[in-house]
Design a protein around this ligand. Sequence first.
Ligand code: FDA
Length: 503
Amino acid sequence: VASVFNATDAFLVCLVGAGVPPRLLQTPASPSYSALLLSSVRNLRYVTPGTPRPLAIVAAAEPAHAQAAVRCGRRHGVRVRARSGGHDYEGLSYASLDPRERFAVFDLAALRDVRVDSARAEAWAGSGATLGEVYYAVAAASRVLAFPAGICPTVGVGGHLSGGGFGTLMRRYGLAADNVIDAVLVDADGRLLNRTTMGEDLFWAIRGGGGESFGVVLSWKLRLVRVPETVTVFTVRRSIRQSASDLITKWQAIAPALPRDLILRLVVQNQHAQFEALFLGRCSRLLDHMRAHFPDLGVTQTDCEEISWIQSTVYFAFYSSSKPLELLLDRSGETRRYVKAKSDFVQEPIPRHVWENTWSWLEKPEAGLLILDPYGGRMGSISPSATPFPHRKGNLYNIQYYSYWFENGTAALEKRMTWVRGLYGQMEPYVSKNPRTGYINYRDLDLGTNELDNNVTSYAKARIWGEKYFKGNFERLAAVKAMVDPDDFFRNEQSIPPLPAAK
Ligand code: FDA
């Protein structure tokens, strides 16, 4: 116990000596430690009394604080977990599975400036900004610019861009990470680097290789994309009695082949399928596409809403376009809940009988839901090695198996976890194989966790989970890691290991 306190004290003294104001440092003894720790936590599974907690939280206010945290952390044996929006599904930005790990949370929430240059169609966003804050700032500067990223407005820029990031503009413009043109990062030596000084290998790795492994990214330069002043959205729901199984079966081939200005997502829950669309154009054109490609869905003019792109971000987040845009700035977001998610990529349409069977899973009291995001369009024309995110051409769609609950206790936990793992297990014959792939931003520790070999993460062990997220890009990620952080300072349960030197 004494050594833990000594390490913490030495770390804190070092930080203060490096110019970090003491008011920005919270330890478990500080009155506001718990409130700060919980401020952006989204998954209550990782805030139980037994969860190993950080020795300290550094509430960063400027870039130099990240340099100090890395240098002092290295000197005093305290690891640094970066936290931007805190949405990691397995809590890796604020909790550790290893009770022996001495770590501090480096919280970037205050580093959230978003500066838009509409003339150049570019913006700089601090990692601590939320997606909602980025969308709001972009739309305030221009009605015809947007940024292609995820749907939930409270997701943090830092983690999201580190893992790829997809949302309703993905079929037209690719991932959030595909639209990053520069970044500022603090590396394992505490140096502040930009794209030129970090070099193209490291710049490649941070745009999709997952958070934490390569340094603390402080800010990102974004390429903004063009959208029309008016876009169209609809949500239509079809029950089992309204041929939901047939429609889902057909959707699998139709949605990835639609024109790239149109995304038709699918949420399957309870006993219905909910089709959600964004079209970069007017309702009349959208209806032409729906009649040509998917007449069975029966979408009509009354289903359409013509709105601005920024209203569409509110629509997808809150299922209503009339809510105030300022909701995008609300960082507190949805009610806290327990969460478990898993994901798959699908390359061949799943047979109808499998969807028929899925309804019995979805009627269980402990059931969660499925979210299906179609690929194709721009996603299919970006090379699988352009960024670490390899799931491009040949993938029809991503499935997210999502379970959430509010009851405390192991009985509820076990029931929900069993449900989500059970359905995922049933789907195995029908999804990507060798390896069965998943999406790093839908973090899933069931795929495997790191083990140490001589105090460095084992490459051989990490390949088990790593190739599922990154396929052939995993080795290159490990080579970059060996180059920029050979001592493995930045690590967590699923961080990239340094590639061992060839023997
Ligand atoms: P958080 O702060 O927890 O960080 C995630 C990981 O990145 C951690 O390992 C952390 O250490 C590391 N990290 C964070 N900031 C860093 C930084 N500045 N530098 C280096 N490493 C850093 N995804 C998607 O693609 N589309 C979507 O629509 C959604 N929707 C969605 C909704 C909800 C409710 C949740 C909870 C999640 C999603 N996601 C998603 C997944 C989301 O993209 C993923 O969880 C991101 O990693 C979250 O980023 P945060 O910054 O919020 O997480």
